[in-house]
Design a protein around this ligand. Sequence first.
Ligand SMILES: [Zn+2]
Length: 681
Amino acid sequence: MPNRRTILVTSALPYANGAPHIGHMVEYVQTDIWVRFQKLMGHDCLYVCASDTHGTPTMLKARQEGITPEELIARVGAEQARDFADFGVGFDNFHTTHSPESRELTEAVYLRLRERGYIRRESIRQAYDAEAQMFLPDRYVRGTCPRCGAKDQYGDACEVCGHTYTPAELIDPVSVLTGSAPVQRESEHLFFRLGAFEEMLREWTGSGRLQPAVSAKLAEWFNAGLKDWDISRDAPYFGFEIPGEPGKYFYVWLDAPIGYLASFLHLCRRRGLDFDRYWKPDSDAEVYHFIGKDIVYFHTLFWPAVLHAAGHRTPTAVYAHGFLTVNGQKMSKSRGTFIAARVWLDHLPAEFLRYYFASRLTPGIDDLDLNLDEFSAKINADIVGKLVNIASRCAGFITRGADGRLAERLPDPALFDEFVAAGARIGAAYDGRDYAAAIREIMLLTDRANLYIDRHKPWLIARDPARAREVQEVCTQGLNLFRVLVQYLKPVLPRLTAGAERFLGATATLWDDAASPLLGTRIEAYEPLATRVDPAAVLRLLAASSESLKPAGNGILPGAAAAPATPAGASALPRISIDEFGRLDLRVARIEAAERVEGADKLLRLTVDLGGERRNVFAGIRAAYDPEQLVGRLAVVVANLEPRKMRFGTSEGMVLAAGPGGEDVFLIAPDQGAAPGMQVK
Ligand SMILES: [Zn+2]
């Protein structure tokens, strides 16, 4: 094999306190396709995964269930491993960050950083829950926004006005754990001197290792200045205690990426591989991290700096991907589109989702949308109607008419050669993570294969017994074209293609193995390789996703605790007179433009038309709506609200919406016929 590369690929599951959902699967499917392709190219490619298990949420979830964190992560880890296996994700190793290997490496990395003077101490003040006897992460404090007065907001940012602050600035703050008022308490923390690595990081990030959109984001961070990084947390915490610092634990984000090393070390010890061969500074192995775009900061700044400081090599590249939306919106529990991986498996084939993801995945970091109507249409057209159809149209003429034996020659070798030649382009698309381009190319070929069969009509010529050989040859041509297509889809559809190989009686282990046609060999009887998507199964999937999300009574966790007790029926507010109501100038508005606000992850900037008058309005609806889907919609706006200066500009009104916040926000829309500027009363 010329140019055989040594490759290590990683991905990670963000938290161990839940089984994966189909949004998580974007990362594993993307990575798995890439790894399978590299293996088909004959490269030594290993894929390790680390389940990030540490942190406060794991500790509290376990406490709430009355089990130990170790028991919790063992249970969830087993669920995760099952779900991944059933989605055809072929890890070489799946491991947890709460492992002996992880502890060993995390301590070694930390001691090296300390030895080299990259750790400093600083006392910081932080919210402390005296009743629970623990320091509170920002999201565990809630209270009234100091800017706009919105009640029940997180300790780091207001979901209503988008203002960011520290928990100490909240009015009437309470701990979500006990409901008591937190106090400010001082504690000494350990900081990693990230700033010392600016030059190294500028060089590392500027050397083509990152996607253009990620590089642009990094330029912003560099301009803002690299801040030292707090790597310690006070007990009680679920993680590893810091050597020589009783009661202090490593922050989950220090040991999360070290989990990649640990998962790999675990594999090395099982298989007798040489760990240092991959991780020494001058290693010629390639290392790739596949990550969600929300954790770019950790993977492109902290992580390479920590690796470099600890005397390891840095990654060859970091590949970020976008998030999954369902039917054009963020996955939402209340809309039934928050689909657990297991619930998908209960209703629809995993490979159909793999194929759909592949058809949408590009090398960029754009979100990808799972539109369930398009999903059904695409699977029915591409997989069932086109791909599998080639085999089912040809198989019978060979098994019944030719005793299961393929012809000795291809009637159209030039067409076959064209299919083989396309392999270079399709391979390059896979290698560049442009799976959408690979699938487009494969589907064009699939159309041509069907066209070949349509043109030669084996079902017609089979009526003439004298033309039996011609029928056999036409179908041999069809099945060999099918075989090349199956080969190209192998990274995406491992199970379906394995079934196709059994039917064809020939297994291909390398990308080029289908380049010479099967001639004179026997095939097996054809069994359907895929069936159409049942619309009822899609409906059942959505129904099951709503049901599996009935409130679980886990009020202790942030987010769950966040949903305020919505007063059903009775209002908690005092009555107002009709005159008081009349002072509200509510107007119908058309959303003319909507965009994300740089630096405010909850806000969208809306340009609304109030019937001739244009206003700029900031709305805390980013978690629930993509800007693209809002343009052109009608909404209701409070038109006489005092304009409010914000960090990003002035908000000249308020868009009305219902719901507790976060992704569960629902815009209020006028019925058809309403026009911009109309008064609402
Ligand atoms: Zn606010």
